[in-house]
Design a protein around this ligand. Structure first.
Ligand SMILES: Nc1ncnc2c1ncn2[C@@H]1O[C@H](COP(=O)(O)OP(=O)(O)O)[C@@H](O)[C@H]1O
Ligand SMILES: [Mg+2]
Length: 261
């Protein structure tokens, strides 16, 4: 049974002449401990699909089933449990961490929201979480401006891990980082997956990252999935002209030297 089953999701924004279908009839399965990459150019509907999968926005139609349960039918109590199990990491760690909060307060936020542990335990839990993402615990009392982009994204990953989720939607998690830092963060995500068996819905416009990072890939264009296959098959035999165009645009980045888990 897949951990996440998405079926026929459709979502439009705007009315009248502004009406636009952002996501159209999107279906996919994501299995436990695996990564499904959602690739496509800017505006293809990737982020909207990720937000729909976590029910951060409501679809016009379609279904999302998580661990056998219909997410769109969940009441507020069940939805809280789902939110604990399904976290998200965003592209820009500068805007996803509150600039007025010390790092440890931001990382501890989900612990507070989900009543995990006592308040007195949170600092120690955060120190352990920071350690698990390769951050020194002496950063615990810093503000976001005192950290580099790569360190901030590690803190955002620590926050996502704080509730021990089984699914993390990663929306372009390394696109805002220096190329030299991208591979380090990708390797961290791979290590986390092999240790915790977490599933990733990994959103990226960069097919170069997909080859070593993902198990399966869905290619999106204009709101639709145009091609879906294992990563090995996609790179060996891309079926769609659009996919071949994306593949041919891959530069020889250091990110390609990422080692598999
Ligand atoms: N909240 C919104 N309001 C209006 N249009 C939106 C909103 N979110 C996304 N869109 C539109 O939906 C389309 C898909 O956007 P998005 O899912 O962000 O694509 P991607 O992540 O692949 O770049 C784009 O045309 C975008 O402008
Ligand atoms: Mg996006």
């Amino acid at each position: 049974m897949p951990l996440l089953e998405v079926r026929n999701l459709t979502k439009s924004f705007g009315t009248g002449t502004q009406h636009r279908r952002a996501v159209s009839d999107v279906s996919f399965d994501l299995y436990k401990g695996e990564t499904l990459a959602l690739v496509g150019e800017s505006g293809a509907g990737k982020s909207t699909t990720g937000r729909l999968a976590l029910r951060l926005i409501e679809p016009d139609s379609g279904t999302v089933v998580f661990d056998g349960t219909d997410v769109l039918a969940m009441n507020s109590g069940a939805l809280r449990g789902f939110r604990r199990n399904a976290q998200m990491i965003f592209q820009d760690p500068f805007s996803s961490l509150n600039p007025r909060m010390k790092i440890w307060k931001s990382v501890a936020e989900p612990l507070v929201v989900h009543s995990i542990g006592t308040r007195g335990e949170h600092r120690d839990r955060v120190a352990a979480l920071l350690d698990s993402v390769g951050l020194s615990s002496h950063l615990i009392d810093r503000y976001p401006t005192g950290l580099s982009g790569g360190q901030l994204q590690r803190a955002a990953i620590a926050r996502a891990l704080s509730t021990d989720p089984s699914l993390i939607v990663c929306d372009e998690p390394v696109s805002a980082l220096d190329v030299s830092v991208q591979a380090q963060v990708i390797n961290l995500l791979l290590d986390i997956q092999s240790e915790r068996k977490v599933s990733y819905l990994f959103i990226t416009h960069d097919l170069a990252l997909v080859e070593t990072f993902a198990h399966n890939v869905a290619v999106m264009k204009s709101g639709e999935i145009v091609e879906k296959s294992s990563v090995a098959d996609l790179f060996a035999h891309p079926r769609e002209e659009y996919t071949r165009t994306l593949l041919s645009a891959i530069p020889d980045l250091p990110a390609r030297e990422v080692t598999p888990a």
